[in-house]
Design a protein around this ligand. Structure first.
Ligand code: ZN
Ligand code: ZN
Length: 408
């Protein structure tokens, strides 16, 4: 499909999908009301908690690492047994078949914040969270699925689509009830591992479409509503770093820093170690930093422009910022290119050459750290410019701080 072709998602004018509405409204009643009633009369066992936890983990991973990062974004290669695991437990999350889910999600990325985005946040948080599922999709299968030709060719994915309801009944409901039967409590198993788990996984996933487009920061791109929100990480299997994800969709990570909570990323490290996944796609660090710099630069420029500073001063500061950015980017490219070269060639080099290169790399890294430190200093100084609505005038002392920042 070319970029100008638009699909016709006319959900708000379309008919209600009564099956979806009934399922999404009744399951929370059974999940919370039923489980509370069961606990009151029969208590809770360790097996029930384990049943809930494992079903929660497996179905959540099926969606995050499977439906999302593997099938929608193709951010790594995956063994057949793991593909089967994703398809079975992804279906058990009861969020539709992989064909359907991935098609919607590709439209979401491609047309984000427009009418063509199935869960367009500009229609409101509740609509993006759950409301969009209340409407029937009016498109023909042929029209809807034109953005997933790769998945239509995958026999396992097509098989899952055909048997979707059967898998839901067996894995999402019968299996947890059967686990409960081991200790003579099938209803407890069904409530904990079935209903309660389904509702919680549902809303954890839905938060990505609602909250991750409403609350948080935009460090990598300001082009759309996607936001990074560290608080969402633990509740969404690590998909809370949504601004990064929208900017770098092919990256297998959402929380790109090692300390950022991202269960999907950690799962994929483990699967890589076990030989089940290969070729995990990473965005080069230099590109990530470049995106961040551009956002910071644009924000400062907007602030400067709005501050009513005299043109000459405006130009001086802007020139200084541009020079700082170029210096930072230059140091970055120098370091990452040298690092790549070192990695590629080191086995063919003599010990002496390796030692020389290691020393060179260390110098480049120091250069980069210094450029980063000076850039941060300049941004800090710029951020002290009073907001125009509060004061209206650019503070001369702040400009002086920026101009005196030593670039190199
Ligand atoms: Zn995505
Ligand atoms: Zn999104």
């Amino acid at each position: 499909m070319d970029a100008t072709t638009k699909s016709s998602i006319a959900r708000p004018n379309a008919q209600f999908d009564l099956v979806n509405i009934a399922f999404l409204l009744l399951t929370p009643i059974v999940a919370f009301g039923g489980t509370a009633w069961y606990i009151f009369y029969h208590g809770v066992t360790r097996l029930e908690l384990l049943n809930f936890s494992l079903m929660y983990l497996f179905t959540g991973i099926g969606i995050t690492a499977g439906y999302h990062r593997y099938y929608t974004h193709r951010s790594y290669d995956c063994s057949k047994p793991l593909q089967l695991f994703y398809l079975i437990f992804g279906a058990a999350a009861v969020e539709n078949s992989a064909l359907n889910w991935c098609s919607d999600h590709r439209y979401h990325h491609r047309f984000v914040d427009t009418d063509e985005d199935p869960y367009n946040i500009l229609r409101g948080g509740l609509y993006a969270h759950i409301g969009w599922i209340f409407y029937k999709d009016t498109r023909s299968v042929h029209e809807k699925y034109k953005n997933i030709p790769d998945l239509l060719k995958d026999p396992l994915v097509v098989w899952q689509d055909k048997w979707y309801l059967f898998i839901v009944l067996v894995v999402s409901f019968a299996l947890p009830a059967y686990v409960g039967l081991i200790e003579g409590r099938p209803v407890g198993g069904l409530l904990w591992g079935g209903f309660l788990r389904i509702v919680i996984v549902h809303h954890m996933t839905f938060f990505i479409n609602s909250l991750a487009h409403m609350w948080g920061t935009k460090p990598y791109s300001e082009k759309d509503t996607a936001r990074d929100n560290w608080m969402l990480g633990p509740f969404t299997f690590g998909e809370g770093y949504h601004n990064f994800h929208h900017k770098f969709q092919a990256d297998f990570r959402n929380g790109v820093r090692w300390y950022q909570f991202d269960l999907g990323k950690w799962w994929l490290y483990a699967m890589n170690f076990l030989g089940q996944v290969r070729h995990l796609k990473r965005t080069p660090e230099a590109l990530i930093l470049k995106a961040k710099l551009e956002v910071q630069m644009r924000r400062i420029e907007e602030r400067l422009a709005a501050s009513g500073a005299p043109e000459r001063m405006w130009e001086l500061v802007q020139g200084r910022l541009e020079a700082g950015r170029q210096r930072f980017e230059g140091a970055m490219v120098q370091y990452y290119c040298a690092k790549l070269e070192y990695k590629r060639q080191k086995d063919a080099w003599t010990a002496e050459m390796r030692r020389q290169w290691a020393a060179k790399l260390e110098t480049y890294q120091n250069d980069l750290d210094e450029a980063r430190r000076r850039w941060a200093e300049m941004i800090r100084a710029m951020n002290r410019i009073p907001h125009p609505s509060a004061q209206g005038l650019l503070s001369l002392t702040v400009v002086f701080d920026v101009l005196k920042t030593r670039l190199w």
